[in-house]
Write a protein that binds this ligand. Structure first.
Ligand SMILES: [Zn+2]
Ligand SMILES: [Zn+2]
Length: 233
């Protein structure tokens, strides 16, 4: 079995992330993971606030956003752990940083760093439907993160592929049983992840029959349903 983390934040690219890539690599090796998808928060407020601040640049914010992905890739290579690129995106239509709903975050699987450089600014501006059409065109999968956290409101589920049914964040009540019910009733793809933010936060993810070759292959595996979601730490 190939154990893959599907939801993880790092210190320099998520305002709430507390762990350095080197420590994450060490801990995930100890916990028996074979791969990690990095999913730092991707929204206008965090990008031009926290991320820009970390690196002192407002010209190259998409590159800055990927800083820890590359660092984690280097660190994890020492342990033979694969690192895949991903986002926890909140385009303007669903960002928490506005006055009215919808509020939500969408995990993006299958996106490559090159696609983010090309389309990152467009993604921030997308409507839900435009985001979905973009994902379809580019072989990506959109998964609603922790839809029943208190801060989240319902999104239009016609424009996503899946729902995170097992968010194992240590201190957040994500009401996973409700998410699982919703996912089943809609017949969508189900995923799980640790929502890792600090050391000791690992434990969730999915179990695959084989290693994904790259981000696009991971998205294809998610669509095939050939994996198992880890539901408890
Ligand atoms: Zn966070
Ligand atoms: Zn998260």
């Amino acid at each position: 079995m190939y154990k893959l983390e599907m939801h993880l934040h790092t210190i320099h690219n998520s305002h709430c992330g507390q762990a350095e890539p080197a420590d994450i690599a060490h801990d995930y090796a100890k916990a028996g993971y074979n791969g990690i998808v990095v999913t730092n928060h991707f929204n206008r407020t965090d990008l031009f606030g926290y991320v820009a601040q970390q690196f002192g640049s407002r010209l190259n914010v998409m590159t800055d956003y990927m800083h820890d992905y590359y660092e984690l890739k280097d660190e994890c290579a020492k342990y033979g752990i694969d690192v895949f690129f991903g986002l926890e995106a909140a385009p303007d239509f669903c960002t928490y940083y506005k006055y009215s709903p919808p509020y939500g975050e969408i995990l993006v699987y299958g996106i490559t760093p090159e696609e983010l450089l090309r389309d990152g600014y467009d993604i921030l501006n997308f409507s839900d439907r435009e985001f979905y059409e973009w994902a379809e065109k580019n072989g990506c999968v959109l998964v609603v993160a922790h839809p029943f956290r208190s801060i989240c409101t319902p999104l239009d589920y016609r424009y996503v592929h899946g729902i995170e049914i097992a968010n194992l964040h240590a201190y957040q009540n994500s009401h996973n049983e409700k998410a699982e019910e919703l996912c089943a009733s809609l017949g969508l793809i189900s995923t799980g992840g640790s929502d890792y933010h600090f050391e000791g936060g690992e434990g969730g993810g999915i179990l695959l029959k084989r290693a994904p070759e790259n981000e696009k292959d991971l998205a294809a595996i998610l669509k095939s349903g050939e994996y198992e979601v880890i539901k408890k730490r």
